[in-house]
Write a protein that binds this ligand. Structure first.
Ligand code: PEP
Length: 250
């Protein structure tokens, strides 16, 4: 049985001071070890998050993006090793904003996933179709292609497991949530593909999260869906009260 994962992606919100304020309010509200709580602050706030989570290392931290190289002349980038030393254990890879705003390719996503697992971070690989792709009946083709490219980066003997987040692009930050049937269908496709490519044992270890306009009001329903092992929350993770209410729904 995989324990539920409640993850928050803060995007480009909450600098170090706002991060400290968030944790001062959130940490006491969430004294337990389950569900797994995972927060992706902006990179500049990782150290503040690590210091202010109130002696609660079970509130896990992740970086929103990494470079695949370990170091070098890559202005503005961060390596997996740097993220680890700043307190991160996870890395978001292939978020739709990275793919669609910054032009990240499937091949780059695979390289980043590889760098994360080799360096000891667990990658959370984001996949999802655009509205046009959904309307054209291409959901399975798109998410399987994105998943396959990410899996190419995972060595057979990887010690760190991966997580997958199904995030339909049309549901991110729009207030539109996928229906329970859409979510169950897409998560089933991903689980079967993981099993087909890497075997049942590997597939059963992978947590598959749903993301796209998750709020306190719809979290419980989504978390009950077959093959939904957690949620990846954007906007509603910025406020400690609403993020705690989503975590309480798990
Ligand atoms: C996200 O950024 O991954 C996300 C799902 O955003 P939101 O919850 O705001 O739709």
């Amino acid at each position: 049985m995989r324990s539920k994962v409640i993850a928050g992606n803060w995007k480009m919100h909450h600098g170090p001071a706002a991060t400290r304020k968030f944790f001062n309010e959130f940490a006491p509200r969430f004294p337990g070890v389950e569900p797994t709580i995972l927060i992706f602050p902006p990179t500049i706030s990782l150290l503040a998050a690590a210091e202010s989570r109130g002696g609660r290392p079970e509130i896990s931290l992740g970086i929103q993006n990494i470079h695949w190289e370990t170091g070098g002349a890559f202005t503005g980038e961060h390596s997996a090793g740097m993220a680890l030393s700043a307190g991160a254990c996870f890395a978001l890879v292939g978020h739709s904003e990275r793919r669609h705003v910054f032009g990240e390719t499937d091949e780059e996503v695979g390289r980043k996933v590889g760098a994360a697992v080799v360096e000891g971070l667990s990658p959370v690989v984001c996949v999802g179709e655009t509205l046009d792709e959904r309307r054209a009946g291409r959901v399975e083709e798109i998410i399987v292609r994105q998943l396959d490219a990410a899996l190419l980066g995972v060595p057979e003997d990887a010690v760190k497991s991966i997580l997958v987040a199904y995030e339909p692009v049309w549901a991110i930050g729009t207030g539109e949530t996928a229906t329970v049937q859409d979510v169950e269908g897409a998560h089933g496709i991903l689980r079967r593909r993981l099993a087909g490519v890497r075997g049942e044992g590997f597939a059963s270890e992978v947590a598959i999260l749903y993301g796209g306009s998750v709020k306190p009001e719809n979290a419980a329903e989504l978390l009950k869906v077959t093959d939904v092992d957690g949620v990846l929350v954007g906007g509603a993770s910025l406020d400690p009260e609403s993020f705690a209410r989503i975590a309480e729904a798990a």
